[in-house]
Design a binder for this molecule. Structure first.
Ligand SMILES: Nc1ncnc2c1ncn2[C@@H]1O[C@H](COP(=O)(O)OP(=O)(O)O)[C@@H](O)[C@H]1O
Ligand SMILES: [Mg+2]
Length: 488
C-alpha cells in the first residue's frame, strides 16, 4: 500500500520542471520532499493533486494507476493538497467552507453538516466556531479547516506545500503534531519544504529533488551535510575568475544591528569596495534578504553605522539610497520589481533619468527597441511585463538599472533562469563591476557564489555565521557552514 510515481515529466517552455520523477512512499509515513527554490517540488505536487496534467508518466495509489485530470478527481481517489495559503472562501463561514466540498449527490442540511464538522474536527483535535467568517481565521486555523475538510472527504494522501510560511511558531508546533498523528493513523503525509531544519525535525523519510530530478531518497535521520550536498549538488568551479582591482570602499557597515521578525543580525562589520562582489550564502530565510533590504534603505538598522561612499545613510529613506547610487533588485520579479499591465517601453520610461513633464512616446519606443536589442529581450516595446518569461523579465530588470550605479543589491539574480540566461545576466553584471560598481548578491547556488564572489558571507538562523574569501573556501566547507557547522 502506498503512493508511487513513474517517470513524471512536465515542462514549461524550455524549463523542465519535472524531468522524469519516480518514487515510492509507503502508507503511514511522514515523507519530506526537500529541494531548493525552483527544484520542481510544487509542480510535482500539483500533478499528484490534479491541478496540473503531466506531459507523461504515471501516478499509482495502492497499486492502481490513476487518471487525474482535476483536483476533484484527485480527492475522489483520496489525494488532497493544502496550498501555501489554503484555498478558503473568505467571505463565508467556517461551516459554509466545510460543506463547499460536500461529497456525494445529497447536500447535507446545516445541522447535519455542523455535526459532521464537529465530529471530524474533534477527531483531529481542532475546535471551530462554525459561524465564524473564514476571513477572521488565522492562516494556521485556515489550514486546520482545510485539513478537516480533506479528511472528511476521505483523504489517504495529504500534501502540504511549504505549510509553515506565514504561521507563528506555536501554530507550526501544532501543525507538526497534527502531521505526525495523521501519519500514525495510516495516511501518507507529504511535507514539501526548502527548509532543511523542518524536514530534519519532522520527517520519517525524505526525497531530495534538484533541477526536476530525484537525486536522493532515504530514511531519516540523515546528516545536514549530506542533505545540503544533495540539495545543492557537488560544486565544480571553473578557474576563470579574473578579479577586477578593487577601488575605495563603497558600502561600509560598522557594528550594525538589524532586526526583522526572527532575523537578528548582530554587530555586523562588512565593507564592499568598488569593483568587489560579495555573495550572501545560506538557506532561504536565514537573514540574507534582511541585510539586502537594510542596505537598500527599506529597513533601518537599530544601531551601528551604514554608509555608501562615506555618506552616512543610517536614517536615510529608500529615495536617499537611490540618490546615493544604490539599486536593489528583489527576487519576486513581478511582485516587487515589475508592474503587471505596464509594457516594456513604459517600464523603461518610468525608470529613465531624463523624464520631462511630457513623455515623447516615439522616442520612448525607439529607446525601448534599443534596450530590447542590447539585452536580447524576447518581447516588443508594447509587451506587458507579465507576458515575458522569467529570463526575459530578469533582462528587463537589468535594462532598467540606471547607468550610474555605485552599489547593486541583487536577490537571487539568476534563480529560475536557464543556464544561458544566467550566464548572460552575469556577463552584464561583471561589466558593471569592471566599471567600479560594488555588487552584493544572495544565492542558493553554491556554484554561483563561488564563481562570482570575491568574498562570501554565510548566514545561519538569522545572523551572519561566517565570512570567507573565495580562494580560501570550497563547496564542501560552504555546505557545512550553511548547515550551521564549522568543519572539524
Ligand atoms: N506555471 C508555470 N509557468 C512557467 N514556469 C513555471 C510554472 N510553474 C513552475 N515553473 C518553473 O518550473 C520550475 C520549478 O518550479 P516549482 O515546481 O514551483 O519549484 P519549487 O516548488 O521546487 O520551488 C521553476 O524554474 C519555475 O520557474
Ligand atoms: Mg514551491
Amino acid at each position: 500500500m502506498g503512493l508511487a510515481t513513474h517517470d513524471i515529466r512536465k515542462h514549461f517552455g524550455t524549463i523542465r520542471a519535472n524531468d522524469g520523477i519516480s518514487f515510492t512512499i509507503e502508507s503511514g509515513s511522514l515523507h519530506g520532499i526537500l529541494g531548493e527554490n525552483g527544484a520542481g517540488k510544487s509542480t510535482l505536487m500539483k500533478i499528484l493533486s490534479g491541478f496540473y496534467e503531466a506531459d507523461s508518466g504515471e501516478v499509482d495509489l495502492d497499486g492502481e494507476t490513476l487518471d487525474l485530470r482535476s483536483p476533484a478527481d484527485a480527492i475522489k481517489v483520496g489525494i488532497g493538497m493544502l496550498h501555501q495559503d489554503p484555498l478558503v472562501f473568505l467571505p463565508f463561514t467556517v461551516l459554509d467552507n466545510f460543506v463547499l466540498g460536500s461529497p456525494g449527490p445529497q447536500r447535507l442540511d446545516r445541522s447535519d453538516a455542523r455535526a459532521e464538522l464537529e465530529r471530524v474536527s474533534g477527531e483531529l483535535g481542532f475546535r471551530f466556531d462554525s459561524e465564524r467568517l473564514a476571513r477572521d481565521l488565522t492562516v494556521g486555523e485556515r489550514q486546520q479547516l482545510e485539513i478537516t475538510r480533506l479528511m472528511w472527504l476521505g483523504a489517504k494522501v495529504l500534501i502540504f506545500d511549504e505549510p509553515t510560511t506565514g504561521i507563528s511558531a506555536t501554530q507550526r508546533d501544532q501543525l507538526f503534531l497534527t502531521l505526525r498523528s495523521l501519519a500514525e493513523n495510516g495516511l501518507i503525509v507529504l511535507f514539501v519544504s526548502h527548509k532543511l531544519e523542518e524536514v530534519e525535525e519532522l520527517c520519517d523519510s525524505v526525497t531530495v529533488i534538484r533541477q526536476g530530478k530525484v537525486v536522493f531518497e532515504a530514511a531519516m535521520p540523515i546528516t545536514s551535510e549530506v542533505l545540503v550536498e544533495k540539495m545543492f549538488g557537488k560544486v565544480f568551479v571553473e578557474e576563470d575568475r579574473d578579479p577586477a582591482p578593487f577601488g575605495a570602499p563603497v558600502l561600509e557597515l560598522s557594528r550594525v544591528t538589524i532586526e526583522e521578525g526572527t532575523t537578528h543580525i548582530e554587530d555586523l562589520s562588512l565593507s564592499c569596495a568598488a569593483g568587489e562582489v560579495v555573495g550572501l550564502a545560506g538557506l532561504e530565510g536565514s537573514g540574507q534578504r534582511t541585510l539586502l533590504r537594510a542596505c537598500a534603505g527599506l529597513l533601518a538598522p537599530s544601531s551601528g553605522l551604514l554608509s555608501v561612499d562615506g555618506n552616512n545613510l543610517n536614517k536615510a529613506s529608500y529615495r536617499d539610497h537611490l540618490a546615493a547610487g544604490v539599486h536593489y533588485l528583489p527576487a519576486g520579479r513581478l511582485e516587487e520589481g515589475l508592474v503587471e499591465g505596464i509594457s516594456i517601453a513604459e517600464h523603461l520610461v518610468l525608470t529613465s533619468e531624463d523624464t520631462g513633464f511630457f513623455i515623447n512616446w516615439d522616442a520612448a519606443d525607439e529607446a525601448a527597441r534599443q534596450e530590447i536589442d542590447d539585452y536580447s529581450i524576447k518581447g516588443r516595446p508594447s509587451s506587458p511585463a507579465e507576458a515575458l518569461s522569467g529570463g526575459n523579465q530578469q533582462r528587463l530588470l537589468l535594462a532598467m538599472i540606471p547607468d550610474e550605479v555605485r552599489l547593486l543589491l541583487l536577490e537571487h539574480p539568476t534563480r529560475g533562469l536557464d543556464v544561458g540566461s544566467a550566464a548572460y545576466v552575469w556577463q552584464r553584471l561583471l561589466e558593471r563591476r569592471s566599471d567600479g560598481t560594488s555588487i552584493v548578491f544572495s544565492s542558493a547556488d553554491l556554484d554561483e557564489l563561488l564563481r562570482y564572489s570575491d568574498r562570501i558571507v554565510v548566514f545561519f538562523a538569522g545572523d551572519v555565521f561566517a565570512m570567507r574569501n573565495v580562494g580560501e573556501t570550497d563547496g564542501e566547507e560552504l555546505g557545512h557552514l550553511i548547515g550551521g557547522k564549522v568543519r572539524g
